[in-house]
Design a protein around this ligand. Structure first.
Ligand code: GDP
Ligand code: IMO
Ligand code: MG
Length: 419
C-alpha cells in the first residue's frame, strides 16, 4: 500500500487529471482536498473525453473510491450536474463517492460577490473563474460559512438566510448589484442537498482508514503558483494548493505519505491575470497554444503560454516535498526547432507585472513526432536530452512522461505505488 500526493507545479492545467487517471488503475481511493469547481481535470479514454470539476479523477474506475475532503468548497448545483452527467455515461456513483460533512457550501450570493468584485477591480481584476470560490473561503475563515452538516442539524435555513442577507447588503449598497432571492435560494438548496445527502459522511475517518491499508491518490487542484500563501499573490486562488493544503483539507496523517508527484507541463501556461516571467507573447506562444489546445477546461478562456520555468519548478519541489515528476504534453513541442527553458529572473514587479533579467538556456528541438510513444528509449534523442536537462536543473527524477491526452499515451519509468 502507498499514498501518493499529486500536485501541479505551476499555475494549474498541467495535466493532473490525465496522470491521476493513469495511476488510478492501481488505486483504491482518490481524494480531492481543496479548491472547488474552479478546477477542470480532463481525462481521455479511447477517444472519449470527460472533464471533471469537483469529483476526483478516479471516479471512472470501478475499483476506486472517490472522496471530496473537508477542504473542498462545494457548489451543490455543480455537484449534482456532474453526478448526473457521469451517471448518464454509465458511471456508478453510489457507494463510490463520499463527501465530507465539513465541506463549505458555495451559495449563489458567493458567486454574485465574486463576479461583482472582479467587475469593480476592472483592469486590476484577478481573472477568477467566477465560481464563488474566494468569497466562500472568506466566509469559512471568518467563521460564518455554511457546512454540509448544517443541513442535518437544521440550522441551514437560518444560518444561510442570515449570511445571504449580509451578502445582499454588500451587493446592493457597495457594488450596486441585484440582490439574491434568499427565500427561494434556501428552498432550492435544500432540494439539491436531498439528492446527495446519502453521500455525506465523516471523510477524515474514512481517509485515515483507507490510507492505512490501501493505495490512495491525493489529487491537488490548481497549482503551486496559485497557492494563497506561496503563489503570485494576489493573482492566486483562495486555498492552499500545496502540501499544507493536503493535510488541512483531508485530515490525512503526513507520516503515511509515501510519494509526492509534481505534475509539470513541458512548457508553462497560465489562465487568468498576473505575472508570468517566461510568457511568450509572440508567434511561438500562439503556436504552442494551438498545438496544445490551450483553452481553459472550466471557463473556455485562452491560456497564456510560455517556456518551462525551472525557477518555479525548484520552488514547487521544495514546497511540496516532491519525490518525482510527471512531465506532460511533450508531444506539443514536436514541431519546434529550438526550445528554451527559463532558468532565472529578478523579482517580479507587481505594479507593472513585469520581471527583469529573464534568463534562458536554449536547446535543439527534436522535430519528430513523439505522440503515443510508450518507452523512454523510443523518444528522439533530443527529446531525451530535454527531459534529462530538466532533471539536471531541478535535481529531481522525471518518473512519468505523457505523450498525448489519452490514458494509453504515457511512459511510466517508475512504479510509483511500489515505492
Ligand atoms: P489539469 O487541470 O491539470 O487536470 O489539466 P487540464 O485537463 O485542465 O488541461 C490539460 C489538457 O491537456 C487537457 O486537454 C488534456 O487532455 C491534455 N493533455 C494531458 N496530457 C497531455 C499530453 O501529454 N499531450 C497532449 N497533447 N495533451 C495532453
Ligand atoms: P485546475 O485544477 C488554472 C485561476 C483562475 C484565476 C485564479 C483565481 O484545472 O488546474 P478562482 O476562481 O480560483 O478564485 O480564480 O486561479 N484558476 C485556475 N487556473 N487551472 C485551475 O484549476 C484553476 N483554478 C483557478 O484562472 O487566475
Ligand atoms: Mg484544468
Amino acid at each position: 500500500m502507498s499514498n501518493i500526493f499529486l500536485v501541479g507545479t505551476h499555475w494549474g492545467d498541467e495535466g493532473k487529471g490525465k496522470i491521476v487517471d493513469v495511476l488510478s488503475e492501481c488505486a483504491d481511493a482518490c481524494i480531492r482536498f481543496q479548491g472547488g469547481h474552479n478546477a477542470g481535470h480532463t481525462l481521455v479514454i479511447n477517444g472519449v473525453t470527460t472533464i471533471l470539476h469537483l469529483i476526483p479523477s478516479g471516479i471512472l474506475r470501478d475499483n476506486c473510491k472517490s472522496i471530496i475532503g473537508n477542504g473542498v468548497v462545494v457548489s451543490l448545483d455543480a455537484l449534482n450536474q456532474e453526478i448526473m452527467s457521469l451517471k448518464n455515461a454509465g458511471i456508478k456513483i453510489d457507494k463510490k463517492l463520499f463527501i465530507s460533512k465539513n465541506c463549505h457550501i458555495i451559495l449563489p450570493s458567493h458567486v454574485a460577490l465574486d463576479v461583482a468584485r472582479e467587475q469593480a477591480l476592472a483592469d486590476r481584476s484577478i481573472g477568477t473563474t467566477g465560481r464563488g470560490i474566494g468569497p466562500t473561503y472568506e466566509d469559512k475563515v471568518s467563521r460564518r460559512g455554511i457546512r454540509l452538516e448544517d443541513f442535518e442539524s437544521n440550522v441551514f435555513e437560518s444560518k444561510s438566510s442570515e449570511l445571504m442577507s449580509y451578502h445582499n447588503f454588500i451587493l446592493e449598497n457597495y457594488y450596486q448589484q441585484n440582490k439574491i432571492d434568499v427565500e427561494k435560494t434556501v428552498t432550492d438548496m435544500r432540494t439539491e442537498y436531498e439528492k446527495i445527502k446519502h453521500l455525506v459522511c465523516d471523510t477524515t475517518a474514512l481517509i485515515n482508514d483507507l490510507s492505512s491499508k490501501s493505495n490512495c491518490i491525493f489529487e491537488g487542484a490548481q497549482g503551486t503558483m496559485l497557492d494563497v500563501d506561496h503563489g503570485t499573490y494576489p493573482y492566486v486562488t483562495s486555498s492552499n494548493t500545496t502540501l499544507a493544503g493536503l493535510l488541512s483539507g483531508s485530515g490525512f496523517n503526513v507520516n503515511k505519505l509515501d510519494y509526492s508527484l509534481g505534475i509539470l507541463k513541458a512548457y508553462t501556461t497560465r489562465v487568468g491575470h498576473g505575472p508570468f516571467p517566461s510568457e511568450l507573447d509572440n508567434e511561438i506562444g500562439k503556436n504552442i497554444a494551438k498545438w496544445g489546445g490551450e483553452k481553459g477546461a472550466t471557463t473556455g478562456r485562452d491560456r497564456r503560454c510560455g517556456w518551462l520555468d525551472s525557477k518555479i519548478l525548484k520552488k514547487s519541489i521544495q514546497l511540496n516535498r516532491i519525490n518525482g515528476l510527471a512531465l506532460t504534453k511533450l508531444d506539443v513541442l514536436d514541431n519546434l526547432d529550438k526550445i528554451k527553458i527559463c532558468i532565472d529572473y529578478g523579482d517580479i514587479n507587481y505594479q507593472t507585472l513585469t520581471t527583469p533579467n529573464v534568463k534562458y538556456i536554449e536547446m535543439d528541438g527534436w522535430e519528430k513526432p513523439t505522440v503515443g510513444i510508450n518507452s523512454f528509449n523510443d523518444l528522439p534523442s533530443n527529446a531525451q536530452r530535454y527531459i534529462e536537462k530538466i532533471e539536471e536543473l531541478c535535481e529531481t527524477r522525471i518518473a512519468m512522461i505523457s505523450t498525448g491526452p489519452d490514458r494509453r499515451q504515457v511512459i511510466c519509468r517508475d512504479d510509483l505505488f511500489a515505492k
